[in-house]
Design a protein around this ligand. Structure first.
Ligand code: HCA
Ligand code: CU
Length: 468
């Protein structure tokens, strides 16, 4: 039985330049509880008063998940964790000689004493205790066992095997966890795997195979440097590959987009599971296969996450994908017309980065000689923005360019100061995006025009969709 501790609120908030407001933290905790994670690490309350407030409020939400406060081995910090109402305190104290000698300036024996004293203190306050030997994976193994067993004797019922620098490989993780199991007194083993080599989830899965109990995650893989395993990847991988089915999968996309919004940290399109391209197919061979049977190129059904497969139309596209796209719009063409349309698409997209449905519809119109009266599913829109008079227009432009759905930004003359081209999947995404654009500091008002058809630029390489 695997458990998940999500630490978006603690490790995740350690992501460079990311800070959550109190209401965002409460929402994140509620969403995590809907997913069904067993533990929520809500923060280290001694770091700042606002973190203490948030941990206290989260502990008061009455969630199903156990609420964990992170803490240094300092009595005052443990007191604050207790006063916040956390169920458990996770006390961390490094054990590797690099950390003991160069950061903490403590001997192994001094460390052992400090660790045990603080665990016993937390237990005396009635808190459950996890002990984290920070940098465990670079700690001399004999000392690690000694410290962890002493911690268990002092009252810790969980040990977090922290790969603080993400240096393990799956086969080594497997061996280490087997050795921990052989040498440790009874306890639960958590795996806190950093992703410095992109091995975090693989390491966590190997550790679970070897008998560990719990994986630490964050939404969107946030965290110090390159973060730790992504919640959605972890849940879906364990569900599909290991048959673990205790979590709700449907809220995962929503929580991922919520975190994108409140962290300002956007996912790479090729990110597994939640990335924009996770179920998008391009080459003729792939799209032809997927249209005949999605199992040919999809490891699982995107509907599991409430997602849909997408097929990109461009020069790699074969006839079946174009026919299927035209069919979606109810556009009928003869086989000969289809041939010409595909040829035009291939020629056109040699000079263009991306073709939109408007382009494809327009090509079909030209080839068939009929006017086609449909509105494309994907939406291109022109958003005009007026900027407050005391704000630099360029600073607003800079902000706008960081939105992933904004493909081009122009400073313009006239009633409005800026015009932005946006490209989104549907009307509700357009609404959300406009709402967000309105929250950019300095934006006074906006006016949006949905682009119904695009006439200029076709065939001569002009494509505003990719400028900027
Ligand atoms: C850090 C501490 C930690 C703690 C992990 C844990 C790590 O370096 O900020 O308590 O399980 O990576 O060692 O995040
Ligand atoms: Cu960490």
């Amino acid at each position: 039985m695997v458990a998940i501790l999500d630490t978006t609120l603690r490790e995740g908030e350690q992501t460079p330049y990311v800070n959550f407001s109190l209401s965002e933290k409460l929402e994140i905790a509620r969403l995590l509880d809907q997913v069904g994670v067993e533990m929520i690490e809500a923060g280290d309350p001694s770091v700042s008063p606002s973190i203490a407030t948030a941990v206290g409020k989260i502990a008061g939400l009455g969630l199903k998940a156990e609420v964990v406060a992170h803490s240094m081995a300092i009595k005052k910090s443990i007191d604050i964790a207790k006063s916040c109402g956390a169920d458990r305190v996770a006390i961390f104290f490094a054990t590797s000689s690099i950390h003991l000698d160069n950061k903490l300036h403590k001997s192994q024996n001094q460390a052992l004493e400090i660790i045990c004293e603080h665990i016993a203190y937390a237990r005396s306050l009635g808190l459950k205790v996890r002990y984290t030997p920070e940098d465990a994976t670079r700690t001399e193994f004999g000392f690690l066992i000694k410290v962890c067993n002493a911690a268990i004797e002092a009252g810790a019922d969980r040990i977090s095997f922290a790969d603080t620098l993400g240096i393990l490989q799956p086969h080594i993780m497997y061996e280490r966890v087997c050795a921990l199991r052989e040498n440790l007194m009874p306890c639960k083993i958590d795996l806190h795997c950093h992703n410095d080599y992109g091995l975090a989830l693989a390491n966590a899965m190997a550790g679970i195979r070897a008998g560990a109990d719990c994986v630490h995650t964050t939404v969107n893989g946030l965290g110090e440097r390159t973060g730790i395993p992504d919640l959605a990847e972890t849940i879906v991988a364990f569900h599909n590959l290991e048959g673990l089915n205790q979590y709700n999968i449907q809220p995962l996309m929503g929580i991922s987009s919520y975190l994108e919004k409140v962290s300002g940290f956007f996912l790479a399109p090729n990110k597994p599971i939640t990335g924009q391209n996770a179920f998008t197919h391009k080459s003729g061979v792939h799209t032809n296969g997927v249209l005949k049977d999605p199992k040919t190129y999809e490891p699982f059904d995107p509907a599991m996450l409430g997602r849909e497969r997408k097929i990109v139309i461009d020069k790699y596209t074969g006839k079946s994908a174009v026919a299927s796209r035209l069919d979606e719009y109810g556009i009928e063409v003869s086989p000969a017309e289809l041939d010409v349309i595909v040829t035009r698409i291939k020629n056109l997209s040699d000079n263009r980065k991306q073709l939109f449905d408007t382009d494809i519809i327009e090509i079909a119109e030209k080839v068939t000689g009929r006017e086609i009266d449909v509105i494309p599913h994907d939406i291109n829109a022109l958003v005009m923005l007026e900027v407050e008079s005391h704000v630099y227009t360029t600073s607003v432009v800079r902000r706008l360019r960081s939105f992933k759905d904004v493909s081009a930004v122009y400073e313009v003359t006239g009633e409005y100061d800026i015009s932005a081209i946006v490209n989104v999947e549907n009307v509700s995404a357009l609404n959300n995006l406009i709402e967000e654009l309105r929250t950019v500091t300095g934006v006074k008002r906006t006016e949006t025009r949905v682009i119904l058809k695009k006439y200029s630029g076709i065939g001569n390489g002009g494509n505003h969709g990719n400028a900027g």
